[in-house]
Design a binder for this molecule. Structure first.
Ligand code: NAD
Ligand code: MN
Length: 504
């Protein structure tokens, strides 16, 4: 049987194209869209109205085996060290051009599938993907080892070699995460089996078709949609996958590390959750701090791993901050992600919607003050009002656990030392924000935070050139920038004896 087809009514942002777009939504293996061996599919749901959206194929371990064989053959025969680095760069640049040409369609598809506003899809996710592709295309022919001085009797050098077949598992903020995963892996010469989230696979499937059009040899990029517990588990436990790169929850990250350990000890990098603090000092530019802190929590509806979900404010400015912060969150329009003035669309799935509402209930039950929001917005779809809690104790669930929604906790501190202590009082360590005009204080506090990213006087601004990743339970390894190349290369030390005589 043929794999499922996905159809949607597409309108460009400027309205210069409207019409139906239809594409194969099978598993993309060896440059072909195929049905899964068992013919299974997953049904997608439109988060804006809660109605069914269509079907895509769902892989089982049998399909993962087939994809891994394709990737292995490609690595050995057509990619890896078989392809000159400038050719890898050319293909990645070509894919960047094609993604750019299809930017409106990809943005619309992304918003349709996961509810983020079409503006964010277009200018953050799609544009970010184009930028990341171009950035790593530039690295493809600049990956090299070192010669290392030892002594006169030895000449030694290192080689940075591709690891081989890499498995990549990503969450439902899909295109942005796809953007962080495939460019560095391809630039360093690895072949890929990537599994997007079962809820939001559509843009990854479209990009697979563009990769074929760009001219990537078959088997280099394989996109396998399917359930985490089935297809994801088959990737993390596979004996012929050399490395797995995961972005998602800390809970699933732990599973992945365990199954990597229990199978072939594949290399693992993890980008996990967070409960990132902002510290607003009393000398901060208050209006700007209010705006950044608001952006920190409601950007992408709170569905960012680095969401600024704990805001600590100096007691002297707490009341004024809270007033302005509340006004700011109230002023942001929640609604249809395709409307041009919408800031916040629906949460990506019903499961997430219910989880977030559960956290709001737990905050109320534990005795925190619900200061703003707390309810579903409207009557259909998965919309949640921006929500502020105050009077939150350090041990309450809403202070400790990642909510992954537009729910923020605002609390007081009275001196720098207390601010640092509160900010670090978490199992996570992904990101943090500091707001002050005093540069010495900013750097001193920044040095004391256990956090992979520190933003000073801004929040949630990620740069392709700068590493991103977590301290503590927020992950292992760094993505983006030059640092990400380490995730996808093995280092080989080569010793050449010039004049040493054998010891025995
Ligand atoms: P999730 O952990 O539920 O799922 C992520 C991926 O793992 C999905 O593709 C899923 O199918 C798969 N999966 C689920 N169970 C699996 C298993 N047993 N074995 C293998 N794979 C499995 O995450 P989500 O709900 O899609 O996304 C939200 C989470 O992602 C949040 O915790 C958020 O912080 C995190 N996140 C982190 C970053 C980062 O860069 N640190 C970025 C975005 C999201
Ligand atoms: Mn989940």
């Amino acid at each position: 049987m043929a794999p499922p087809t996905f159809e949607f009514d597409f309108q460009t942002t400027g309205g210069n194209f409207t019409g139906k777009v239809a594409f194969s939504a099978g598993l993309f293996i060896n440059n072909e869209f195929v049905e899964s061996v068992e013919g299974s599919t997953v049904e997608l749901v439109n988060p804006t109205d809660g109605k069914p959206l269509g079907h895509v194929s769902a892989a089982t371990d049998k399909d993962i085996d087939i994809a891994v064989k394709a990737a292995r053959e490609a690595f050995e025969q057509r990619w890896g060290t078989k392809v000159p680095p400038p050719e890898r760069a050319r293909l990645i640049h070509r894919l960047a051009d094609l993604v750019e040409q299809h930017a409106d369609e990809l943005a619309a598809l992304e918003s349709l599938n996961n509810g983020k506003t079409v503006f964010v899809s277009r200018f953050v996710d799609v544009q970010g993907f184009v930028n990341t592709l171009r950035y790593y295309a530039g690295w493809a022919d600049k990956i090299h080892g070192k010669t290392i001085e030892v002594n006169d009797a030895k000449f030694a050098y290192t080689r940075h070699e591709p690891i081989g077949v890499v498995g990549q598992i990503i969450p439902w903020s899909v295109l942005g995460m796809f953007a962080w995963k495939i460019p560095p892996a391809l630039a360093t010469g690895n072949t890929i089996v990537i599994k997007p989230s079962e809820w939001t696979p559509l843009t990854a499937i479209r990009v697979a078709a563009l990769a074929k059009e760009a001219g990537f040899p078959k088997g280099v990029l394989n996109v396998v949609t399917g359930l985490g517990s089935v297809a994801g588990a088959a990737i993390s436990s596979h004996m012929d996958i050399d490395k797995v790169a995961f972005t998602g929850s800390t809970l699933v990250g732990r599973h992945i590390l365990k199954s990597a350990a229990a199978s072939n000890l594949k290399k693992v990098t993890l980008e996990l959750g967070g409960k990132s603090p902002s510290i607003i000092f009393d000398d901060a530019d208050l209006d700007k701090a209010v705006s950044w802190a608001a952006f920190g929590i409601v950007f992408n509806h709170g569905q960012t791993c680095s969401a600024g979900s704990r805001v600590y404010v100096h007691e002297k400015i707490y009341d004024e901050f809270l007033l302005k912060f509340t006004e700011k969150l109230k002023s942001l329009k929640v609604g249809n992600p395709f409307a041009p003035d919408t800031f916040q669309g629906p949460q990506a799935s019903e499961t997430q919607f219910k989880r977030i509402m559960g956290y709001i209930e737990s905050g109320k039950k534990d005795g925190a003050t619900l200061h703003l929001g707390g309810s579903q917005h409207g009557t259909e779809g998965f919309f949640i009002e921006p929500t502020i809690f105050t009077d939150v104790k350090p041990d309450m669930k809403i202070m400790r656990e990642e909510i992954f929604g537009p729910v923020v906790v605002v609390a007081k501190f009275s001196n720098d030392e207390e601010a640092v202590r509160l900010a670090n009082d978490t199992l996570y360590g992904l990101a943090a924000g500091i707001f002050t005009k005093d540069i010495s204080r900013a750097i001193d506090v920044s040095n004391k935070l256990k956090s992979g990213t520190v933003w000073i006087n801004e929040f949630n601004k990620v740069e392709v050139t700068l590493p991103f990743g977590g301290y503590k339970q927020s992950g292992i390894g760094r993505e983006l920038g030059e640092y990400a190349l380490q995730n996808y290369t093995e280092v080989k030390a080569v010793h050449i004896n010039l004049s040493a005589t054998p010891p025995i």
